[in-house]
Ligand binder design. Structure first.
Ligand code: GYE
Length: 339
């Protein structure tokens, strides 16, 4: 009975919003908001998520969904943009129309956001960036950003390779490598490529044969690796800009009759360090995983609580990250991992 009444009210509210037109904004989400199912003191948060392209992304979505619950005082409107910026822009516009209290964006790519951010600003809706960054001329268009230090991650991967080759007595040898890049223009791709390139520039014997995008997905990572293996018969190292592309690369390498990992023909370095990457290292297929922490839900909630209390927040907030390789006790470490 209560539920039915609520849905009648919801439908009525939705019709009301449609009749009122698009530009109407509810009072700071406190009433009559299409997304707010009647709980007037909930903070409404619209999250424009990238997609569901990787294990990292799944963990990130889960982190938001389990943090922004009604019990915790939030109404979450979640949108999966299927890795398309145009879908994210549409989602942000819809959040604005619904009069949310906060907009959170994990931007697919870095550029092209000014117009929609200005629309949010005009309605007085704070925008928080999480995971990937935006490249905008006016930084007042967003409150702050929280995520991984992608350039450092790339450099850490490069330094790991320097040490590894030294240990194997291979420093100074000609080393041929390929890179499976993430979505071109995504800050995780831009930063990791740049960070690794910084170390590459210091090693004259490293030869980057080719870089190509695998769109952060396992299927595309496998496809690109297959084409690399057909083109080059002397690949020593694969840099996969996320774990899922590394998993695709491992399949491609095995299908081509080659081996990878610490005892194999090809060394693989990946980024994220999700649980399946630990499994791949334990299985001896993957050498090293540079951590990128996806658990941003509680971090963004903390930012929102500070903003609600009128406190200042740091504009750029990097998350601490580690690196894991097969020299470690991975079986023990993986037990302590949350993703
Ligand atoms: O590495 C990848 C995901 O932006 C850090 O996006 C994130 C990246 C992550 O698809 O797996």
């Amino acid at each position: 009975m209560k539920k039915r009444l609520l849905s009648i009210m919801l439908v009525a509210a939705m019709v009301g919003v449609m009749v009122m037109g698009c530009s109407q904004k509810a009072d700071n989400g406190d009433s009559g908001d299409a997304s707010d199912s009647g709980d007037s003191d909930l903070i409404t948060v619209g999250y424009a998520q990238v997609g569901a392209e990787s294990d990292w992304r799944t963990a990130n979505t889960e982190s938001f969904k389990s943090t922004f619950t009604k019990e915790n005082g939030y109404e979450l409107i979640f949108d999966d943009a299927q890795q398309k910026q145009e879908n994210q822009i549409k989602a942000i516009r819809s959040f604005i129309q619904q009069g949310v209290d906060y907009i959170v964006v994990a931007p697919v790519v870095e550029t092209g956001w000014e117009t929609v951010l200005e629309e949010a600003k005009a309605e007085g809706i704070p925008v928080i960036l999480s995971d990937r960054q935006m490249d905008v001329s006016d930084e007042s268009l967003y409150e702050c950003w929280v995520g991984g230090n992608f350039i450092k991650e790339g450099e850490d991967g490069g330094h790991w390779l320097e040490d590894y080759l030294k240990e194997k007595g291979m420093d100074g040898e000609e080393i041929n490598m390929v890179t499976l890049q993430g979505t071109i223009g995504a800050s995780a791709q831009v930063g990791r490529t740049e960070g690794f390139a910084n170390v590459l520039a210091e090693n004259d014997n490293w030869n980057m044969l080719e870089l190509q995008t695998g769109e952060f997905t396992q299927a595309k990572g496998q496809e690109v690796m297959e084409s690399f293996l057909k083109k080059y018969d002397d690949i020593d190292v694969v840099i996969a800009e996320n774990d899922n592309m590394a998993f695709g690369a491992i399949d491609a390498i095995k299908a081509a009759g080659k081996t990878c990992g610490p005892d194999g023909d090809i060394t693989i370095i990946s980024f994220d360090a999700v649980k399946a990457a630990f499994d791949a290292m334990i299985a001896g297929d993957l050498n090293c995983a540079v951590e990128c922490n996806p658990l941003h839900g509680p971090r963004v909630a903390e930012i929102i609580q500070k903003l609600e209390a009128g406190e200042e927040v740091d504009k750029i907030q990097y998350v601490d990250e580690e690196l894991f390789d097969t020299s470690m006790d991975l079986e023990e470490i993986v037990k302590t991992r949350a993703y």
